[in-house]
Ligand binder design. Structure first.
Ligand code: CTP
Length: 400
């Protein structure tokens, strides 16, 4: 959620300033561009060098440095930031913010910033409970600033109570969840299936296909970027997901994929079946490795359950179901038959006759056909860009 975000972290003069080192590290690790601003008093608790090194940018304290003629422009900094976090926020800085004082770089940037502001107080119990602080906090909240509430526990004074700076991990989780809530698919559970299935013949052999799982993984990543709670049910593949929030379930056979889908389908808002599921599976699986005997050899197969069709039959009002059709001939007619037979909201058609489309490629060329048989043909694109087109359509359907 924090990837690529420009974050100003304001550090004030509190013993809890030592925690800001870990906070900077976590924000940087999450992919954020972090600019640290310190109040002059904060430098007594933690050095600018520590925070500069961790944030990979000089931590700024002063408006200007006369010796080098450097000017730290508070207006530019305020405009640069996507979010301003003040942690630890002392009683003194909260009072200045609540009353419009700007006697240091951090408070001047606060007054200039147009972005959302979050403040995580750290102070002693009685300072936190004092009516002046309560009033300042309420005032800041009335400005639209967000409080990251302090925790309860042993304080630096030796007293026990409320006033401990929220833990850096909690602050990062809090910010991530706020950003996530603003995303178009926030709080929607979406199932994605990806890759091939392997149907065992004996302990060493299977029937499989060439699906790499690239398309399904790209869709899962894009859905997660849009804020969905993604359940990725994957057949055997070497793909790795780029989004940590994705819940990945590895399966091997079509039967296992069916079970995993059914286990998650009930409360899912949407399901995108991009897996290349085997249509047939051996009637029996040999317990031992089959030995070479005769010149010819036949394996008796039975059909697998059509997962998508099963989900289509169980679909409830408001659920969105999307299938894929990889065709070699009569592409549109075949895709429309599948769309209708499986009760889908739209089907993603790709033809093996299109150069650049299909298994193992990094590109794909798709046509989306919806329930009203409205067709949208897309150009050849990277699978990531195709995933974006598909997920955008899913988001439109969910939010319409
Ligand atoms: N599918 C499925 N379960 C199966 C077979 C397919 O869920 N046992 C899904 C695929 O994930 C895909 C869609 O159904 O989203 C279409 O798959 P495809 O193999 O193209 O179609 P089939 O219905 O199997 O028909 P055919 O193989 O005859 O083209």
């Amino acid at each position: 959620m924090l990837e690529g975000k420009n974050i100003i972290l304001g550090v004030c003069g509190s013993i809890a300033a030592y925690k800001s080192a870990l906070l900077v590290r976590l924000l940087v690790k999450a992919g954020a561009n972090v600019q640290v601003l310190m109040t002059p008093d904060a430098t007594s608790f933690i050095t600018p060098l520590t925070l500069s090194t961790l944030s990979k940018k000089p931590a700024l304290v002063d408006y200007y440095k006369t010796e080098t003629g450097e000017w730290n422009n508070h207006v530019e900094l305020g405009l640069w930031a996507d979010m301003l976090i003040i942690a630890p926020a002392t009683a003194n800085t909260l009072a200045k913010m609540a009353n419009g004082f700007c006697d240091n770089l951090l408070t001047a940037v606060y007054l200039s910033a147009k972005c959302p502001v979050y403040f995580a107080p750290a102070m002693d119990l009685d300072m936190w409970l004092h009516p002046a602080t309560r009033q300042n906090v309420s005032r800041l909240q009335s400005f639209g600033n967000t409080l990251i509430a302090p925790g309860n526990g042993e304080l630096a004074s030796g007293l026990y109570g409320e006033g401990r700076l929220a833990e850096p991990e909690e602050i990062v989780d809090f910010l991530s969840s706020i950003l996530k809530k603003k995303l178009v698919l926030a709080d929607h559970k979406v199932i994605v299936t990806a890759g091939p299935t392997y149907e065992a013949i004996d302990p060493v052999r299977f029937i499989g296909n060439h699906s790499s799982g690239k398309m399904g993984f790209a869709i899962a990543d894009e859905l997660a970027r849009m804020g969905a709670d993604v359940i990725l049910i994957s057949g055997p593949t070497a793909q790795v997901s780029g989004q940590q929030s994705i819940k990945r379930i590895d399966v091997t056979s079509a039967a296992e994929m069916l079970d995993a889908c059914l286990a998650h389908y009930k409360d899912a808002k949407a399901c995108i079946m991009s897996a290349a599921v085997a249509d047939y599976t051996p009637v029996t699986i040999a317990q031992q490795k089959i030995k070479k005997k005769d010149a010819s050899f036949a394996i008796e197969l039975k059909t697998t359950t059509d997962i998508l069709k099963t989900l289509g039959e169980q679909k409830t009002k408001g659920q969105i179901l999307i299938g894929f059709a990889l065709e070699t001939n009569d592409e549109e007619a075949n895709a429309i038959t599948k769309l209708q037979k499986k009760n889908l909201d739209f089907i993603v058609l790709n033809s093996l006759n299109d150069a650049g489309a299909g298994f193992k490629k990094d590109t794909n060329k798709i046509t989306i056909i919806d329930r009203d048989l409205h067709k949208t043909a897309f150009e050849l694109k990277s699978k990531d860009a195709v995933a974006h087109d598909i997920c955008l359509k899913v988001a439109q359907l969910i939010n319409q």
